[in-house]
Design a protein around this ligand. Structure first.
Ligand SMILES: Cc1cc2nc3c(=O)[nH]c(=O)nc-3n(C[C@H](O)[C@H](O)[C@H](O)COP(=O)(O)O)c2cc1C
Length: 565
């Protein structure tokens, strides 16, 4: 039989010794007590240690909450102590440069250096095993271009959008007031203003800390409609229209799902709904605040697009889109079909992915739900290209987009720009202690505790946010130029190579199948894409039997010649 991988080492020894610590300390307490009487009172000094230990041991032995302590009085406490200190000891003393999750030491060092404005250089060559399976690299050109002075930008706005937004290629992903503290948000938004990039609010509404510095905002609206809701929790069009008059709000993103916890609703308990949180969310103070797992404003693909059109109208023509992590493929195909049917297209789609972060989520959802970046992004790119819609919609991506190399690879397979949440948390000083849900963030980033929050100095950390963005974009520009390109939008799947066996290397154009513009409408020979497309219907997120519905070629709308990017 296979041996268990993790053993409770301390407690795997013979059980007959389990009481030895308790018995030993009681015995020593009695011995020193008696000696104090019989010889000198100096023998009572050790009792300062052994008497409390004996009392604690007896307490462990008799309490009923922890069976480990009942079986191993005193010794059992070693486990709790080692558990508490194990992670930091491992991080500081044991971890190699390639160790550490979700972000290894090398990545963290890179982010800290960029945030501090130190040029992140590595002497002596790569530590990576370039012959390892799945190792990837980007092909350079024999004729690199000069690095452009201007930062690359991307214009977000479909033909129906009256106020297109010119976005940076690197922006701050959604993090709500509540999961981040006031000073963290002030520093993020100040950094965004300094660097001319956007800051996504998170689904918890637009707090005064998002607004105060005046940096560009992408307002995220989740199923709780925080910031634009009626008392019963439904969407309030008037409040939405009023809020979006603010010029600081450049775009609006409907949150459908998040890669780290797809399909997960949430509740903020009443005691945590402080006056400031209530102000941002437009909810009563001290009352439980629910985010359902689903939206109440729509329940069909067409309904989603009508909601997009409604928001665009109410906002006076600002770019409107949605963020999602891909789940059932036919559902997204259904949205594409709805776009063709209604001729309503969102201005932006942000693809979030399984490896994305969260403030808190059930482990099973984090570890085993949601499509990872490569598959999710390639799928969205293919669906939009195949439906002939890609040239009207811009695609953002989020999920470990912390370095220009990863951004370039994502752009090669479909993204127009990248967003990062945890990258910017590192810029704020995050130590990856993974205690975001405990309100005890040691560096004051993910906490509402005023004492911890005050340690984060906005002036200093906003500069780091600015520098992290600037350093990242600078290197992206350099990589782009070294590839022989003018703009990151020119990255193509053929520029990235992947080692697929010890002797074989493939460009990403061969690793993934990329559809041709309009291929889904014209009828694809790709078995799964063809099947999902046939199953999808604009009227429902659920599949319909392929036999009972029109064939792909009968879809009326003529495909536009989308750029296959
Ligand atoms: C502390 C924290 C809070 C978050 N809050 C939200 C949120 O309110 N809405 C949302 O769509 N995503 C939220 N996310 C997810 C991020 O916006 C992003 O999609 C995900 O973390 C991507 O991975 P990254 O952290 O590697 O960039 C949060 C992530 C973190 C780490």
């Amino acid at each position: 039989m296979e041996k268990p991988k993790h053993k409770a080492v301390l407690f795997s020894a013979e059980t007959r010794f389990r009481l030895v610590f308790l018995q030993g300390s009681i015995a020593l307490t009695i011995i020193f007590f008696v000696l104090g009487f019989m010889a000198s009172f100096h023998w009572w000094w050790p009792l300062i240690v052994f008497l409390p230990l004996s009392i604690l041991g007896l307490h462990d032995y008799s309490q009923t909450k922890h069976s480990l302590l009942r079986n191993y009085p005193l010794l059992g406490r070693m486990r709790f102590i080692l558990e508490a200190f194990g992670a930091p000891i491992h991080q500081y003393f044991v971890e190699s440069n390639q160790d550490g999750a979700p972000f290894n030491r090398d990545w963290r060092a890179l982010m800290y250096q960029r945030a501090k404005g130190i040029e992140a250089k590595k002497p002596f060559g790569t530590e990576m095993d370039v012959y390892e399976l799945n190792y990837e690299w980007l092909d350079h050109s024999m004729t690199p271009r000069p690095i452009p002075e201007e930062d690359p930008r991307v214009t977000i706005g479909s033909p129906d959008c009256k106020k297109p937004y010119s976005a940076s290629v690197f922006n701050i992903s959604a993090m709500s007031f509540g999961s981040l503290g006031p000073n963290a948000l002030l520093a993020l938004n100040t950094g965004a203003k300094m660097g001319n990039f956007y800051h996504t609010t998170g689904e918890g509404g637009i707090s005064r800390y998002h607004r105060q510095p005046g940096g560009d905002l992408n307002w995220q609206i989740g199923s709780g409609y925080f910031g634009c809701r009626k008392d019963d929790g439904s969407f309030d069009p008037d409040l939405f229209a009023e809020q979006t008059q603010d010029d600081q709000i450049k775009m609006i993103e409907i949150k459908l799902s998040q890669g780290a916890k797809p399909g997960h609703g949430g509740i903020l308990p009443g005691p945590k709904v402080t006056p400031e949180i209530a102000e941002a969310r437009k909810v009563p103070i001290g009352v439980d605040c629910v985010s359902p797992a689903f939206h109440k404003e729509f329940s069909t693909p067409i309904g989603l697009l009508e909601f997009v059109a409604k928001l665009r109208d109410l906002s006076g023509g600002k770019p409107i889109g949605f963020k999602l992590c891909i789940g059932h493929p036919w559902e997204f195909m259904a949205v594409c079909k709805a776009m063709l049917k209604t001729e309503i297209v969102p201005d932006l789609i942000v693809v979030d992915v399984a490896e994305g972060g969260t403030g808190a989520a059930p482990l099973e959802l984090t570890d085993h739900m949601g499509t990872p970046l490569r598959e999710g992004l390639v799928f969205v790119q293919n669906a939009l290209v195949g439906a002939g819609l890609r040239d009207q919609i811009k695609i953002g991506v989020s999920g470990k987009m912390v370095s220009p190399g990863l951004m370039a690879a994502a752009m090669a397979i479909g993204a127009d720009w990248a967003n990062s949440a945890r990258g910017f948390m590192f810029a704020l000083g995050c130590l990856q202690t993974q205690r975001c849900h405990s309100n005890e963030c040691p560096v004051g980033v993910a906490t509402q505790d005023p004492k911890l929050n005050n340690a984060l100095v906005v002036e200093d950390k906003s500069k780091r946010v600015y520098q992290y963005h600037k350093g990242t974009v600078e290197v992206l520009k350099e990589i782009t130029a070294a590839t022989g390109l003018k703009h990151p939008s020119e990255f193509r799947p053929e520029y990235i190579k992947m080692r697929t066996s010890s002797t074989e290397v493939k460009p990403l154009e061969e690793v993934y199948r990329f559809l041709k513009p309009g291929e889904l409408i014209d009828g694809t020979d790709h078995p799964l894409f063809g099947k999902y497309w046939d199953q999808a219907t604009a009227e429902s997120f659920h599949t319909q039997e392929a036999a009972t519905k029109p064939k792909t070629k009968t879809v009326k709308r003529k495909a536009k010649t989308a750029d296959s990017k």
